[in-house]
Design a protein around this ligand. Structure first.
Ligand code: PRP
Ligand code: GLN
Ligand code: MG
Length: 507
C-alpha cells in the first residue's frame, strides 16, 4: 500500500502535493517522489526516505507547474532501491509519468510480452514500471490527438492485460491527468475539487485525508474499473473501463492501512474500527461472560479506536498504558524483521502503574508476524501485570497478500497453520481473542451497507482476481521473504537508476 496523489490546479502544485504526501505518509515510508509538468517538460524529484527528508527547499523550487503527481512507497515488488521509487516516466507516446499503489500479479508475463511483442524495455524489477509501459503501449495505439474516449479505450485494454490490485495516477504530456482503479477496486482512489475563485482544481488521491488537508471537497471514490481524466482546462471526464467490474476492496485498509479520518468506498474508517471494537467486545462477552479483565489497554496507534469502543462495550476501564515515541514510524511496513523488532521497543514504553497487579486486556488491530504482540506482552509482564490477555480486532492473518501489502511469505505469518490457542501460547498470552471474519465484514457494512464483497485474502486465502495458485505463492515466497530480500539488498544499491542520484552532491 503506497500512497498516490495527482493534482491539476490553477497555481503551482508542488506544495499541495507535498502536503498530500505528508498525510499519506502512513501508506509508505521507504521512498517518496513527485513529478510535475511545466511548459512541456517533466520535472522530477524522488529518493528513498520520508517526505520531509526527500524534498528540500531547492527541490521544491525546481518542481514547477500547475500539474503534478506524487508517491510514497512501501515496496511490494522489485527492490527498495532508489531507482524503483516513483513516479516513473516513459517518453513514448506523448511523454507519460505514472505512480502506482498496488501489485500486479502477472507482471513477469507482462514484462516478457512488453519486450517481445511491444518492443519495450523495462529497466527495473518494479511492477509499476510494467504498468506504465502497458498503459503507454495501449495509449500509443490511439491517434495523435487524444480525446477522452481514446484514453478510456487505452485503460480498457490495460484492464484486459493487467491482473492484480492497482490504483494509478498519470500525467500525459500536454493532455492532462489520468487515474484508474483495478476492476475489483482492491486499492482505494478518491477524487475531489476545490474552487478558490480561479476555476476548478482537481485532486485525486489514495485516501480522502489528502483532500481534506488541501481544502478539496470529496466527490467520491473511483468505481472499480473506472478511469478519470482531467483535461488541461480542469474539466473532469469519467468512464467505466472494465468489462466485468465488481467491487471487492481490501478489508485490511479498514483494519490497519488507512487513516481513521479517511472515508474509503463510502465508509468512514473511524466508524468501521469502532464497529470492530464492538463486535470483538461482544465476542469476548459471549465466550467469557465471567471474565476478570480489570483494564483494557490499546497498542498505539492503530488499535486505539477499536480498543476504546471495546472497553466501553464491555464496561471495563480503558487506559493508555503504553506511550508511543512519535518519531518512530510504523513498524509493520518497515523492510526487515531486525528493524521491525528493534523498533517496537524504541517505539512503545509501558507506564507501570497501569499494569501493576492488574489483569490487562491488550488490544491490537491485528497480529501479523507477531513482532509487536510478543514484545508488548513481555513488557506488560515486566511492568507488573497479573494476567495478560490479548485481543485482535482482525481475524488471524494466515495467508500472504499479493495485492500491495508486503506479506509475501505464509511461513512468516504467526497464525499460518496454527489455531488461535496455539498463537496465544506462542506470543505468551494467558488468553487470546480474535475477531470473527463475518463480524469484521459486518463491522464495515454497519458503516456502509452497500459494501457487499471484500478482498479478505489474508484471512481466508481467497484471491478475488482468481489467478493465484500455489505455484505463484511459492514463487512469491522464494523471491520476497525477508531472507530472500536481505540477500538481494546488497545488489540493489549497486544498481544505477535512470534518474539522477545526487548522493554525491550536497543533498
Ligand atoms: O504482528 P506484527 O507483525 O507486529 O504486525 C501487527 C502490528 O503492526 C502494526 O503496527 P505499526 O507499528 O506498524 O503501526 P501503528 O503505529 O499504526 O499501529 C499493527 O498496528 C500491529 O500493531
Ligand atoms: N505498496 C505498493 O502499493 C507498492 C507499489 C509497487 N508494487 C512497488 O513495489 O513499488
Ligand atoms: Mg500497531
Amino acid at each position: 500500500m503506497c500512497g498516490i496523489v495527482g493534482l491539476m490546479a490553477k497555481q503551482a502544485v508542488n506544495q499541495g502535493i507535498y502536503d498530500a504526501l505528508t498525510v499519506l505518509q502512513h501508506r509508505g515510508q521507504d521512498a517518496a517522489g513527485m513529478m510535475t509538468w511545466h511548459e512541456g517538460r517533466f520535472l522530477l524529484r524522488k529518493s528513498n526516505g520520508l517526505v520531509r527528508d526527500v524534498f528540500h527547499t531547492r527541490h521544491m523550487a525546481r518542481l514547477k507547474g500547475n500539474l503534478g503527481i506524487g508517491h510514497v512507497r512501501y515496496p511490494t515488488a522489485g527492490s527498495s532501491s532508489e531507482a524503483e521509487s516513483q513516479p516513473f516516466y516513459v517518453n513514448s507516446p506523448y511523454g507519460i509519468s505514472l505512480a502506482h499503489n498496488g501489485n500486479l500479479t502477472n507482471s513477469e508475463q507482462l514484462k516478457q510480452e512488453l519486450f517481445s511483442s511491444d518492443l519495450r524495455h523495462i529497466n527495473t524489477s518494479s511492477d509499476s514500471e510494467v504498468l506504465l509501459n502497458v498503459f503507454a503501449h495501449e495509449l500509443g495505439k490511439q491517434g495523435l490527438h487524444l480525446e477522452p474516449g481514446d484514453i478510456f479505450d487505452a485503460v480498457r485494454r490495460v484492464h484486459r492485460r493487467c491482473k492484480g490490485g492497482y490504483a494509478a495516477v498519470a500525467i500525459i504530456n500536454g493532455v492532462g491527468l489520468v487515474a484508474f482503479r483495478d476492476p475489483n477496486g482492491i486499492r482505494p482512489v478518491v477524487f475531489g475539487t476545490r474552487d478558490e475563485g480561479v476555476g476548478q482544481e482537481v485532486m485525486i488521491a489514495s485516501e480522502s485525508v489528502a483532500l481534506d488537508v488541501g481544502g478539496f471537497e470529496l466527490h467520491r471514490d473511483l468505481d472499480p474499473g473506472e478511469a478519470i481524466f482531467v483535461d488541461m482546462a480542469g474539466e473532469i471526464h469519467t468512464q467505466q473501463c472494465a468489462d466485468r467490474p465488481s467491487l471487492a476492496p481490501c478489508i485490511f485498509e479498514h483494519v490497519y492501512l488507512a487513516r481513521p479520518d479517511s472515508i474509503l468506498d463510502g465508509a468512514y474508517v473511524y466508524g468501521t474500527r469502532m464497529q470492530m471494537g464492538r463486535k470483538l467486545g461482544d465476542r469476548i462477552q459471549a465466550e467469557w461472560p465471567e471474565h476478570d479483565i480489570d483494564v483494557v489497554i490499546p497498542i498505539p496507534d492503530t488499535s486505539r479506536t477499536s480498543a476504546l469502543e471495546l472497553a466501553q462495550h464491555l464496561g471495563v476501564t480503558y487506559r493508555e498504558g503504553f506511550m508511543k515515541n512519535r518519531y518512530i514510524g510504523r513498524t509493520f511496513i518497515m523492510p526487515g524483521q531486525t528493524q521491525r523488532k528493534k523498533s517496537v521497543r524504541q517505539k512503545l514504553n509501558a507506564i507501570d502503574i497501569e499494569f501493576k497487579g492488574k489483569n490487562v486486556l491488550l488490544v491490537d488491530d491485528s497480529i501479523v508476524r507477531g513482532t509487536t504482540c510478543k514484545q508488548i506482552i513481555q513488557m506488560a509482564r515486566e511492568a507488573g501485570a497479573n494476567k495478560v490477555y490479548f485481543a485482535s480486532a482482525a481475524p488471524p492473518v494466515r495467508y500472504p497478500n499479493v495485492y500491495g501489502i508486503d506479506m509475501p511469505a505464509a511461513s512468516e505469518l504467526i497464525a499460518h497453520g496454527r489455531s488461535e490457542a496455539e498463537v496465544g501460547e506462542l506470543i505468551g498470552a494467558d488468553r487470546i481473542f480474535y475477531q470473527d471474519l463475518e463480524d469484521l465484514k459486518s463491522a464495515c457494512r454497519e458503516v456502509n451497507p452497500n459494501l457487499e464483497a471484500f478482498d479478505c485474502s489474508v484471512f481466508d486465502g481467497r484471491y478475488v482476481t482468481g489467478d493465484i495458485d500455489d505455484a505463484y505463492l511459492a514463487e512469491l515466497e522464494a523471491s520476497r521473504s525477508d531472507d530472500a530480500k536481505q540477500q538481494q539488498s546488497a545488489g540493489d544499491h549497486a544498481l544505477v537508476g535512470m534518474h539522477n542520484q545526487d548522493d554525491d552532491i550536497d543533498d
